[in-house]
Ligand binder design. Structure first.
Ligand SMILES: Cc1ncc(COP(=O)(O)O)c(C=O)c1O
Length: 443
């Protein structure tokens, strides 16, 4: 593969079909990153760009960690690939043992995948298989939530709640209902931390259960905090209420922690932050510091036992990926966990949260702002959309911040901030000073 340099200007951009990108627009005005170290990217024109988004919510320990690179290098030379179908190698066993120590209760078994999307579809399949094996084979329905993002595979798109992602595909996976989302600007705009109002929105699950019959529902899946659609926070008591309703009706609860996992809120996972324990947890991204593709599903003991004890001989669960527990991904993840542990990164957001909250809310009163929200080391601002052009103002803010040396993430007219957990207070100030300078420049 070519090693791009900052001088490189003659790259042909045509053949790569870019994901979730306005391809023609991008290729007319590209933004290329060619190097990264610590909190900073280097753009192809040589400028330093402060990373306000941990890449794509994944580089939690910061960029260019030699320890991970060296572990990957050593692993490739020692054992580049080995199957995990009816075979094994030490990596995923060692990693699974390390990972489950970070989870509460009996979330103590791990199924490895290669992405968040695969984790979600794996979790949904485990839930439905579990229900069937324990004699509840009518429990095949799933409940997701409006404005949820659970990746792009069929299951994840079905339970997800983003119209543009569902167009063409949603009707191919029937048997799904959606809870209302929890974002209400009339009640909760400019709240610091979790909103007071909205816990009762969880009761919509009771209505779905009444309509469909509890005996038809396998699982409910939610992001504890909806990230990709603009950092939508769970109101106080909301997640506990969902847990209680699921318990009453014997329905599994899945937390999709692809973004909230690995220290984003100042605890290893959001389940600990909110004190609510789901039955399955999906993760990816931060599991390898975004350095090598990997995902995982954590499963409670009873689910693992039910599925693996149902068959006397032979394969118990007909599911898996060629790269489930890939040696290189395992090596990257183990090195990542070493860094998280040594540098206290999975709890560091606690120390920064007050400064972070103060910094983002200092934007209040700036032009176009209709909301500011934050939790842990996660925040978003929401801009008044330009009439008839939803997302245009958000995109312009993203573009101008990039020009001024700060990477933020536009989700429509919401702008999300989720920096590496190694960020320093002065860098937090730089992110929001840049946003404050750009806001008045927007149309
Ligand atoms: C909550 C959640 N689930 C699933 C995914 C999909 O992950 P991936 O892009 O690794 O497939 C994402 C990606 O942002 C996510 O935020």
């Amino acid at each position: 593969m070519t090693s791009f340099t900052v001088e490189q200007t003659s790259l042909d951009l045509e053949a790569f079909w870019m994901p979730f990108t306005a391809n023609r627009q991008f290729k007319a005005h590209p933004r290329l990153l060619v190097a990264a170290e610590g909190m900073y990217y280097t753009a192809s024109d040589g400028r330093s760009i402060l990373d306000g988004t941990a890449g794509l919510w994944c580089v939690n320990a910061g960029h260019g960690r030699r320890e991970i690179a060296e572990a990957v290098h050593r692993q490739l030379l020692q054992l580049d690939f080995a199957p995990t179908f009816q075979m094994g190698h030490p990596g995923p066993f060692e990693l699974a043992e390390r990972l489950v120590k970070l989870l509460p209760a009996d979330l103590n078994h791990v199924f490895f995948t290669n992405s968040g999307s695969e984790s979600v579809d794996t979790a949904l399949k485990i839930a439905i298989a579990y229900q069937g094996i324990r004699g509840q084979s009518k429990r095949r329905r799933l409940v997701g939530r409006q404005r949820a993002y659970h990746g792009v595979n069929f299951g994840g798109v079905a339970v997800g709640g983003i119209g543009s992602n569902r167009q063409f595909f949603a009707d191919l996976t029937p048997g799904v209902d959606h809870l209302p989302h929890t974002h209400d600007l009339e009640k909760n705009a400019f709240t610091r931390g979790q909103p007071q109002w909205g816990g009762e929105l969880a009761d919509a699950l009771e209505q779905i259960i009444t309509n469909r019959g509890a005996e038809t529902i396998a699982a409910v899946i939610v992001e504890p905090i909806a990230g990709a659609t603009g950092v939508l926070l769970p109101p106080l008591h909301y997640l506990q209420r969902l847990r209680d309703i699921c318990d009453r009706h014997d329905i599994l609860l899945i937390f999709d922690e692809v973004i909230s996992g690995f220290g984003r809120l100042g605890t290893p996972f959001a389940t600990q932050y909110f004190g609510v324990i789901p039955d399955l947890v999906t993760v990816a991204k931060g599991i390898t510091n975004g350095n090598v593709p990997m995902g995982a599903v954590f499963v409670r003991q009873g689910i693992y036992d039910t599925i693996t004890q149902a068959t006397q001989n032979g394969i118990e669960f007909f599911h898996g990926y060629t790269y489930s527990g890939h040696p290189v991904a395992c090596a990257a993840s183990l090195a990542t966990l070493d860094i998280y542990e040594r540098e206290g990164l999975l709890t560091r957001a606690q120390q920064l949260a007050a400064h972070w909250e103060q910094a983002v809310h200092s934007l209040k009163g700036a032009p176009h702002l209709i909301d500011i929200r934050n939790l842990g080391l996660l925040a978003a601002i929401e801009l008044q959309p330009i009439p008839g052009q939803p997302g245009a103002r958000g995109f312009e803010l993203f573009r101008r911040c990039f020009e001024q040396g700060v990477l933020v993430r536009a989700a429509g007219d919401s702008i999300a901030f989720s920096p590496p957990l190694i960020i320093e207070p002065s860098q937090i100030d730089q992110i929001f000073a840049t946003v404050a300078a750009v806001l008045p420049q927007l149309a």
